[in-house]
Design a protein around this ligand. Structure first.
Ligand SMILES: Cc1cc2nc3c(=O)[nH]c(=O)nc-3n(C[C@H](O)[C@H](O)[C@H](O)COP(=O)(O)OP(=O)(O)OC[C@H]3O[C@@H](n4cnc5c(N)ncnc54)[C@H](O)[C@@H]3O)c2cc1C
Length: 434
């Protein structure tokens, strides 16, 4: 039996801790916040009313995450996500149905028929060459995404892929590498999506409930690289363990390791993300709408709906809600504003875009979401740099940044970290296929 510290109770840390504890090790998790879940955080406003502030969905092309949920009887909390397929794209001031399904692209005025044929031929080649389930294909690691995708034609790239992609990844296509975009295009085209009943953080909270987790415990330093044992500093005390799993964003790991931090940690780029949510009682029906704005400056999506309809969480009947998301470029600035200034800026932009007067002050619930490290940006040569991370002995990294920037990537990294410490722990789909 080994003694192991896990820093961070997001999906990566909880997965590692869960598997190690199951294998009989003594595991202690240290988590800054008072709850598990990390960037899958759900905020509850009252009975039957919650908002998923980070991750909004899981999908059937997350085989590793799904296997952990299944093993722990947590998969019956999944409900099909009915948001996909809806919404409009406001592109250069004109409105089109969002091109997020084969049927919608076929019927779209966004691109011409010759462009559609070329695009679907390109996608068919992708499906043949690219393996499913977000497998990391190193052949394309060095290539910028835009260069790799240029052969699908300018119309599909600029008017279908770019607007559909830059929203969910909070970054510009120019920043991403072809490995990331190809793996997601392959999987997104056929995936089914799910929400988690009572909140996206629920699986990690449920698993964490079975573990020894110190909440409100911020680790301030970690060390022991190359030594027999590793240590963490928490609450002014230095604690020694056989192994330490650092399951926090890369910049946090760099700070904790200080002079021992490998150079590659500082080279993991992140984008911030800001979104705001407002809800109020209402007797007037508000039809579900989602506008994805492109190009965008302050607001990237304006979503509205009424209670009982699909939402990013759940909203009770008799309520209406509005969710505004900022793109990465303006999130950089918005994240520095105080709440009032930020809400004024985003709501006035959303009013101008939607043509409806939207005022946050009229609402009973107003919630501002700020993620300073929303997602790592998988840029050219990203995986080459991650692969070159030196072995630090009893210090092991986990986190979405070591794999794919999503819950599946985080869970895979957690399985991998657990297996580094105890190779009798069974592997999972996609974990060893890097
Ligand atoms: C707005 C948004 C939307 C997203 N949408 C999706 C989506 O729909 N689907 C999807 O799959 N993914 C989505 N993601 C990404 C997904 O949330 C992350 O990939 C996943 O949560 C990463 O898990 P992790 O365990 O690696 O890191 P995290 O979830 O960030 O967990 C790290 C944990 O470490 C803790 N921590 C940090 N520093 C310390 C310290 N010094 N001491 C102690 N604890 C510390 C943090 O508090 C946190 O709980 C989204 C992310 C954001 C921000």
């Amino acid at each position: 039996m080994k003694s192991i510290a896990v820093v961070g109770a997001g999906p990566a840390g909880v997965t590692a801790a869960h598997l190690l504890a199951l294998a009989g090790h003594h595991v202690e998790v240290f988590e800054s916040h008072e709850h598990a879940g990390g960037r899958t955080r759900t905020v509850h406003f009252g009975e039957g009313h919650w908002l998923d502030t980070g991750a909004g969905w899981l999908t059937d092309f997350y085989p590793t995450a799904m296997s952990i949920l299944r093993d722990n009887a947590l998969d019956d909390h999944l409900t099909p996500l009915r948001l996909r397929g809806g919404g409009d794209l406001l592109l250069d001031g004109n409105r089109y149905p969002s091109p997020n399904s084969i049927g919608r692209i076929l019927g779209s005025r966004l691109i011409t028929w010759p462009e559609k044929i070329r695009f679907f031929a390109w996608m068919a080649m992708l499906v043949m060459r690219q393996r499913p389930n977000l497998r990391i294909d190193r052949r394309f690691d060095a290539q910028p995404a835009v260069q790799n995708l240029s052969s699908m034609g300018r119309g599909p790239l600029e008017r279908v892929v770019r607007p559909s992609f830059e929203g969910p990844f909070f970054a510009r296509l120019e920043q991403m590498n072809a490995t990331l975009v190809r793996s997601w295009l392959r999987s997104l085209s056929i995936g089914s999506f799910f929400q988690v009943d009572r909140g996206m953080d629920r699986p990690w909270r449920d698993l964490a409930a079975e573990l020894t987790v110190h909440y409100g415990a911020t680790v301030t330093a970690a060390g022991g690289a190359g030594a027999a044992r590793a240590w963490v500093e928490v609450g002014g005390e230095r604690r020694s363990f056989d192994a330490v799993v650092l399951a926090a964003p890369a910049p946090v790991c760099a700070t904790l390791l200080a002079a021992d931090a490998p150079q590659q940690l500082a080279e993991v780029p992140y984008v911030p993300h800001v979104r705001v949510y407002a809800a109020r009682h209402s007797t007037v029906p508000v039809p579900r709408s989602a506008i994805h704005v492109f190009p965008n400056e302050i607001v990237a999506t304006v979503e509205r709906g009424q209670g009982g309809d699909p939402a990013w969480g759940r909203v009770p009947t008799g309520w209406e809600w509005t969710l505004l998301c900022a793109p990465s470029a303006s999130s950089d600035q918005l994240i520095t504003l105080d709440d009032e200034e930020l809400l004024d800026t985003m709501f006035s932009e959303a009013s101008a875009l939607s043509g409806e007067r939207l005022e946050w002050r009229d609402h009973e619930i107003v919630h501002v979401v700020r993620w300073s490290h929303a997602v790592p940006v998988v840029d050219p040569n990203y995986y080459a740099r991650i692969d070159a991370l030196p072995d630090l002995g009893p210090i092991i990294f986990a986190g979405d940044w070591t794999d794919q920037p999503c819950v599946e990537g985080a869970v895979r990294s957690g399985v991998r970290a657990a297996r580094r410490i105890d190779d009798s722990i069974p592997s999972r789909p996609e974990v060893d296929r890097r």
